[in-house]
Write a protein that binds this ligand. Structure first.
Ligand code: HPA
Length: 256
């Protein structure tokens, strides 16, 4: 199905993860169920305006939250956003903290990632009718997007880290303590299940992309206790208002 492309200007895409299935503050102008050559995205696209900036919001896990990280149709999500006129995407990700600074409710704008996922539809370049395509992925996150998010967090006085290495794991289970030690030895600071292949697909579509991470628990073995959903929900309650504030503050510069 063809998706209408907004006539005046580009939109900022916001992909909400765990704890962000709707975006309060978004003045919604419409919703659209779309289809793509890669199948259906996780949820209808929600069109609206945030602080005067045209935004397309997409709930990564569906709305209500029902799609696990390894079953998200990342290709359909990114394709649908681009078809809807989006050229800049912020992926909001709940993560576990590995580095000692990455305490629950801390905001992280990573600058690097390591991909440990497998078996996901991770590329648009499946068959080489046009030859084999290798995109450059040296810097997986777009600097301009990162800087807008960092500036917003800074100006709001929110505790945040302006760099960090995101470990993308397969899920849906959380990691073992030994796995987290390995991630740490690999240089990872935070761990989440949805950062990839999203970032790489954005790069394949030539879209600007940044990750806004919210630490919602200490990664496995990094605290004296096991990880509980109560702990995660408490950190989401504590930190998501800050995430939304960063999005609101950053969005107009992201649209430029
Ligand atoms: N590991 C992987 N993904 C996550 C975590 C974690 O500890 N917390 C939130 N998403």
């Amino acid at each position: 199905m063809a998706i209408e492309i907004p006539s005046n200007g580009r939109s900022v895409g916001i992909i909400g993860g765990t704890g962000l299935t709707t975006l309060s503050g978004l003045e919604i102008s419409g919703e659209k169920v779309v289809d793509t050559p890669w199948g259906k995205p996780s949820a209808p696209l929600v069109f609206g305006s945030l602080q005067g900036q045209r935004v397309v919001f997409l709930a990564r896990h569906g709305h209500p939250h029902s799609i696990p990280p390894h079953q998200v149709n990342y290709r359909a999500n990114m394709w649908a956003l681009q078809q809807a006129g989006v050229n800049t995407v912020v992926g909001v990700n709940a993560v576990g903290g590995i580095h000692p600074d990455m305490v629950p409710a801390h905001i992280v704008i990573p600058d690097q990632l390591i991909d440990y996922t497998w078996g996901r539809g991770h590329t648009f370049f499946e068959e080489g009718a046009e030859g084999v395509t290798h995109i450059d992925f040296t810097f997986p996150y777009t600097d301009a997007v990162r800087h807008a998010l960092i500036q917003a967090a800074e100006s709001l006085g929110l505790a945040h880290s302006r760099v960090g290495v995101y470990a993308a794991t397969q899920g849906p289970r959380l990691e073992t303590a030994a796995e987290v030690l390995r991630l740490e030895r690999d240089g990872c600071d935070i761990v989440g299940m949805t950062g990839m292949p999203e970032a790489a697909l954005a790069a394949e579509l030539n879209m600007s992309y940044g990750c806004l991470g919210l630490v919602v628990n200490w990664a496995a073995g990094k605290s004296a206790h096991i990880i509980t959903m109560e702990e995660i929900e408490a950190a989401i309650d504590q930190g998501m208002a800050g995430v939304k504030a960063v999005l609101e503050r950053a969005v107009s510069s992201l649209g430029r």
